[in-house]
Design a protein around this ligand. Sequence first.
Ligand code: NAD
Ligand code: LMR
Length: 351
Amino acid sequence: MKASMFRSVEAALRRAASASSSSSKHLLRRSYSSDSKPERKVAVLGAAGGIGQPLALLMKLNPLVSSLSLYDIAGTPGVAADVSHINTRSQVAGYVGEEQLGQALEGADVVIIPAGVPRKPGMTRDDLFNINAGIVKSLCTAIAKYCPNALVNMISNPVNSTVPIAAEVFKKAGTYDEKKLFGVTTLDVVRAKTFYAGKAKVPVAEVNVPVVGGHAGITILPLFSQATPKSNLSDEDIKALTKRTQDGGTEVVEAKAGKGSATLSMAYAGAIFADACLKGLNGVPDVVECSFVQSSITELPFFASKVKLGKNGVEEVLGLGPLSDYEKQGLASLIPELKSSIEKGIKFANQ
Ligand SMILES: NC(=O)c1ccc[n+]([C@@H]2O[C@H](COP(=O)([O-])OP(=O)(O)OC[C@H]3O[C@@H](n4cnc5c(N)ncnc54)[C@H](O)[C@@H]3O)[C@@H](O)[C@H]2O)c1
Ligand SMILES: O=C(O)C[C@H](O)C(=O)O
């Protein structure tokens, strides 16, 4: 999955590089060949932010995108003008302010939402609820109106509550389709892969680790017992890797010392997940990523696990697979916290 994303980006970079050194005839031929892929509009809400800007760049490099719509409450004209000069397939448009939100969303196949405030040191993701819940609610109300069939990739924190908020907003609007709403937990997978590769001394590009549960503290449950390539890490090593994955966001928040949370690694993770959604929409078989979705694999109504993506979004929510005793304990411990975050979101949306 990561490797194929790289291939897409690499191919776009190669096309761009060779197009700029070719005649205009060649350039035209190249753009026709990429146009043979289906037209796909991707909208980024919060596109002028710390995540939004690099995510806009990465989506501009994705040859599956034909139209890139960048929306924020401020600053998008500059970001859009900048990104639009990159000689790749998509047409870029910037939209600013609520009166342009409808236009930004109309016809979108995938909407990515990194709008909202990030953490500062000492805060939990739940401390962002009071501001971000309202932002997500109003953006999802507009999605229900202008692009009710889009796949929604929710990045704004606390994901454990913002996804249930979005579901409730869509239910009220009569547009809810559980196959089309995703909490983006890809960064947890990206971190688990990196940390595992470092500790197990295996090539990072070959590593796969499912991460299940939710996206905050102990609700993030990496399943290192299922990690491949296999290794002989000790129980202590697995505990340390689990803790580091769960605290990965906090590690970045503290290192940034008040200047926000993960933006570059998040943009990378968000671009991988959006690429997987686009591939699924385009009918590419066997596209699987972890995501926080409506689920019946545990007692909770939403849960992150491996999800197969298809032409309508979620094709199948895959089960947890065999867990080690340590992971079983982790699963039991995370349920109460995740349950209360989900309920908090549902309650807020119905106030
Ligand atoms: N899911 C994850 O793994 C993950 C990872 C990192 C960050 N995040 C979350 O992503 C969010 C954004 O982080 P960031 O670092 O980009 O923050 P940021 O402050 O740099 O950017 C947020 C952007 O959202 C915009 N915004 C605010 N209200 C808006 C609205 N109503 N409509 C559209 N745009 C609006 C702001 O103008 C700003 O440009 C935070 O909530 C953060 O916690 C999630
Ligand atoms: O930690 C944060 O607040 C941002 C994000 O959820 C992350 O995991 O990096």
